[in-house]
Each structure stands twice: as C-alpha cells, then as structure tokens.
Design a protein around this ligand. Sequence first.
Ligand code: AMP
Length: 189
Amino acid sequence: MLNFVLFGPPGAGKGTQSQKLIDRYQLIHISTGDLFRAHISNQTSLGKQVSALIADGQLVPDEITIAMLEEEVEKNPEAKGFIFDGFPRTVAQAAALDAFLKGKGTSIAAVIALDVDQDELTKRIAERHKQTNRVDDQADKLQKRIDEYFTKTIHVLPYYEDQNKLNKVNGIGNIDTIFAELCQVVDKF
Ligand code: AMP
C-alpha cells in the first residue's frame, strides 16, 4: 500500500489536487471534512454531534475524528493506497494514524504540504464562499479555521519532518503546474 497525506491550510487547494491525484494514481481519497459534511447532511448522530463545532470553524475532537477516519479506511480493504486530505490536523491524530497504519503493516510514504500565504487563502475562500455557501467559509469562521491551522495543525509539519517525510510544494500558481510538482513527489514511490 502507498499512502500519502495532502497537507495545507484551508483554501490551499487540497481538494482540487486530491481529485487530480486519485484520477492519475487510483488511490482512495479520504477527506475528513467531506465525511463530516456528509454526516451533517444525512443528519446522523455523528453529524448532530459535530455540526455546531464545524459551523463555528473549530476542530472536531481527536477521538471522534480518528474513529471516523479508521472506519473509513476499514471500508476499503482492497485499496492500493490512500490520500488523506484534511487529516491529520493535530499531532495526536498524526501519531494515531501512524499506529493504525503500522497495525495494518503499512505507513505514510510521504506528506505533501501545499504552501500558500494567508492573503491568498482569504481571497480564495471568499471566492469559494460565493459558489458553495459553506457556512464555515464566512469571513469570521474562516479566520477561526485559519487560526486553528496556525495554532494546532502547523505542529504536524515538524512531526513528519523528523521522519524525513515532508515535501513542501508551492501552492500558488497554475493548477496543472502545482499538480506536476505533486506528481514528482508521488512518482518517487
Ligand atoms: P475541511 O473541509 O477539511 O476544511 O474541514 C472542514 C471542517 O471539518 C474543519 O474546519 C473542522 O471543523 C472539521 N475537520 C475536518 N477534518 C478534521 C480533522 N482532521 N480534525 C478535526 N476537525 C476536522
């Protein structure tokens, strides 16, 4: 199995680039944000539990997120590998993912971090908000998500850097140029 983490702040382009990666490499894409949104729109008990937190731009507690992620991986026993998008977002999640994958005899091959500055993130999400109307893309909620990223999620980077798995890619510019850079990383494996 070949597993990658696509990492970056809200608006970095993780969703767009994940889509292109799964088309090319036939990996299973797991976006914890998409999973939570599906639970909310299906009004499951998990959805009810997390909807206020998500609408407010806060992270969902680790235990809930890790359990949902592991369940999703288990649903795909035939997978050639996974692209984790929006997970891990805390060091505890990263450590849990390592332990979980180790138990399955596999690991994270590489982490690809999309680098985008805060001004560009704010501009992109304002644009996305017009199109999708995601409640957590509203300016004040977005600021909270960006704050969550820079206080909690950013620490995941040194975690993977210590394992020599971190690959930073410039996330600003032409979508296909950025994709080509991601492919260079994936093709090494
Ligand atoms: P996203 O679509 O990845 O931007 O995620 C949307 C929201 O879902 C986030 O702002 C969090 O509230 C929640 N969420 C998604 N992934 C995680 C995660 N790994 N840990 C905690 N909360 C998450």
